[in-house]
Design a protein around this ligand. Sequence first.
Ligand code: GLU
Length: 466
Amino acid sequence: MVITRFAPSPTGYLHIGGLRTALYSFLWARRNGGKFLFRIEDTDLARNSKEAAEAIVEAFKWVGLAHDGEIVYQSERFDIYKSYVQKLLDAGKAYQCYMSKDELDALRAEQMAKKERTRYDGRYRDFTGTPPAGVEPVIRIKAPLDGQISFIDGVKGEVNFNVKDMLDDFIIARSDGTPTYNFVVTIDDALMGVTEVIRGDDHLSNTPKQIVVYEALGFKVPRFHHVPMILNPEGKKLSKRDGATDVMEYKKEGYLPETLLNFLIRLGWSHGDQEIFSLEEMQAFFDPNDINKSASAYNKEKLLWLNTHYIKTLSAERLIEELKFFGMDISAHIKKVELIDALRERAKTLKEFAVMIEQIIVQPKTYDEGAVAKFLGGDALSVLEAYHKTLVQKGTMNTAGEFEESTKAFLEERGLKLKDIAQAIRIAMVGSSVSPSIFEVLAIIGYSDVLQRIQNLISYKRSTCE
Ligand code: GLU
């Protein structure tokens, strides 16, 4: 069975790079009928916060990637880690190191002076004497002294680390007894049965250390996939300004979770030249062994384009639900579906969508002065007054077709064209000369409100002429 996991450290919000590896892990587990587990790596009590952990869980809920089982919190597992430290001590695979900070500093300085790699020199590895008084020891693992640590990475292929170049007997428990990062990651991945680790390639240099722990404890080493970074369009590290922000910022900016997941899956993986993927398709096609070897570039236009696609194609019910977050609850509006359909082609984000809806469902409080000057000069006001009268005589009207028919008849009688009145109607309806199809807008606004809005503009124009 394929078991993957997402294991964020709650030092801040959930970042899009983290969400991308979470998505990959989720998809691979689902594709294989496996399990996708969730673990909060909150052992660094000084840097981690409960709020950050909660924010990550909330962001995860928003994008809708369901994990299996309960969330595992590392902060609740110190006893487990301790027992594994003890196991290694008992087996002679780890040992107490009594080197003081001063000694360690002196060793470093000496190595630097000789232009050597700074590393622990193993002086307590086989120590049998009496330990110095007053020093709380750290626990170090006995790492191999030479040779290579190799593994096949699903993205990078064969990876070899020369032990002499990068390893030493690293610390697995500090002098206060708390276990270190690479140790707890390994213990948890092993105990949770994780078979494939998909994570950012900033963790690549941790992997040989983790392999040392797996092997010391006789655990099976999982398969690793180290995913290249997301870069900005200039090929530099993605900054906050480029989009490296909290996943929830995307929600606040009016992106749909579908957009974000679709955007992220393509950042670093492809399936022919397909751009749009439903979650089902992602699950059917995604394979971490096909992740691109090179870093991918963040493309804001693509993100907007995808959002436009999902706004155009998702159900009206779904969009109505999503718009509530932007303070726009139209669930009780009798023309709610028409409203969505009239505007969905024009909105790039839900935030814009909400503003556009507001412009239609709320009577304009102000008018665009430039538009009024341009489109209500000369005869235009009297034409609008005559139009108002014609509509009043109709008694009622419902559909866009009815509004269109009456308007055309009115114009024909006077030898006018739609362009002679369309902008004035728009200004009356939404305050400016920009709106979707005019007759659809009239139908959505509804007969009596349409009359009222035309009357309001007429009164406004009269009062400013006087
Ligand atoms: N907790 C690590 C992080 O947030 C991830 C560890 C891992 O995936 O192995 O970067």
